[in-house]
Design a binder for this molecule. Structure first.
Ligand code: SF4
Ligand code: SF4
Length: 180
């Protein structure tokens, strides 16, 4: 398993942005703003969330800002891929935003809603675990019972990624904060 404590998220993201494939994609951006004019989150936030700026910061080596300081940050992106479909240069915005999210998670800069849902999947195999009230509603609607999930298999799969460690580290950090 990858030891996340030995990885510097900023340096690691910098390496990813300067590797041939992603660097080539980033370098194609000519700052036209098509992505920002089509992005539903940019529209909803009146431009405060700005995919063009994120690509610009990625291109110019501002990885620390992207991971730590940016507000609104990349977690606002819903990964709908509209920007990528519209980009005249075919910049791989989806992959770039994904790498920033991964680096931010390693830095423990991850919204609580994401860690809560991931924890649910880890513990119960579902983001929304089955409950009597849900089952009753399904029955009333004539739907079959929710399918069961192999939680051990899901834990095993998640254990093969850094996510298990990240969840543990975040839990420890929160405990430490509460104790202070
Ligand atoms: S649409 Fe593509 S080329 Fe235009 S700013 Fe966005 S990423 Fe850059
Ligand atoms: S993928 Fe993210 S940045 Fe691109 S349009 Fe969708 S929400 Fe906006």
């Amino acid at each position: 398993m990858e030891k996340i404590e030995n990885i510097d998220p900023v340096l690691s993201l910098h390496d990813e942005f300067t590797d041939s494939e992603l660097a080539t994609s980033l370098n194609l951006c000519y700052n036209c703003s098509t992505c920002s004019t089509i992005c539903p989150v940019a529209l909803e936030t009146e431009g405060k969330f700005n995919p063009r700026s994120i690509i610009l910061l990625s291109n110019f080596g501002y990885e620390k800002r992207l991971i730590v300081d940016l507000t609104p940050n990349v977690w606002q992106c819903t990964m709908c891929e509209l920007c990528q479909e519209a980009c005249p240069e075919g910049v791989n915005l989806h992959e770039i935003f994904l790498r920033i999210k991964n680096a931010s998670a390693r830095y423990h800069n991850i919204p609580k809603s994401y860690t809560s849902e991931t924890n649910q999947v880890y513990l119960f195999g579902k983001a929304v675990p089955s409950q009597p009230v849900i089952e009753k509603r399904r029955e009333q609607l004539g739907l079959p019972k929710s399918p069961s999930t192999d939680v051990d298999e899901i834990k095993k799969l998640m254990g093969m990624t850094p996510v298990e460690n990240i969840l543990k580290e975040i839990e420890e950090l929160e405990k430490t904060k509460e104790e202070k």
